[in-house]
Design a protein around this ligand. Structure first.
Ligand SMILES: Nc1ncnc2c1ncn2[C@@H]1O[C@H](COP(=O)(O)OP(=O)(O)OP(=O)(O)O)[C@@H](O)[C@H]1O
Ligand SMILES: [Mg+2]
Length: 155
């Protein structure tokens, strides 16, 4: 499976979707979070990091591009590349992050990372519908992400 469209009617429903994704992560995955300001990208990142036993969870991180969290099974990195240019990706810690092969990378505003990061990933797009409603589209690039989607849609 390559694409799965879900809808959420509340923050709690978005968190539940994030937790379901988290339980399927084995380490080594890259997750891109796309969608407009205030869509709920950080809400999902926070919930995923929390699932791995991290107490100090992410905040909207426009002021810090990259944060590392030590999860129970592997490290998790939260990157927010809002307004970053592709040419500015160097020497900000991303090389080190990519060497951490067992880590899970959670990337908001991933546009500048598209050529810099490996292409196998799960792309999560959150769009705003009326009120608290959101559409959450999951797109799998590569076998590992495709398997994850297969299992997720049976949950
Ligand atoms: N169904 C929903 N899912 C997620 N968030 C929701 C939902 N309904 C309302 N919200 C609210 O929308 C906001 C989402 O904020 P969040 O910081 O996650 O957005 P973001 O996509 O990370 O934005 P930014 O691009 O600024 O980083 C929160 O204030 C949250 O309470
Ligand atoms: Mg955010």
């Amino acid at each position: 499976m390559q694409k799965l469209k879900l809808t959420s009617s509340s923050v709690d429903e978005t968190k539940t979707i994030a937790r379901k994704i988290a339980t399927l992560l084995k380490g080594g995955e890259i997750l891109f979070f796309e969608g407009p300001i205030g869509a709920g990208k950080t809400v999902m990142v926070k919930e995923i990091v929390k699932t791995f036993g991290v107490k100090k969870t992410p905040v909207s991180a426009s002021f810090s591009l990259l944060k590392k969290y030590k999860g129970k099974k592997f490290n998790l990195y939260h990157a927010d590349l809002f307004r970053l240019e592709e040419g500015e990706m160097f020497n900000l810690g991303f090389e080190e992050m990519l060497e951490d092969q067992n880590a899970v990378l959670l990337v908001e505003w991933p546009e500048p990372a598209k050529n810099f990061f490996p292409s196998a990933r799960l792309e999560i797009t959150v769009t705003l519908l009326e009120g608290d409603k959101r559409e959450i589209t999951l797109k799998a690039l590569g076998k590992k992400a495709q398997n994850l989607l297969e299992v997720l849609c049976k949950k």
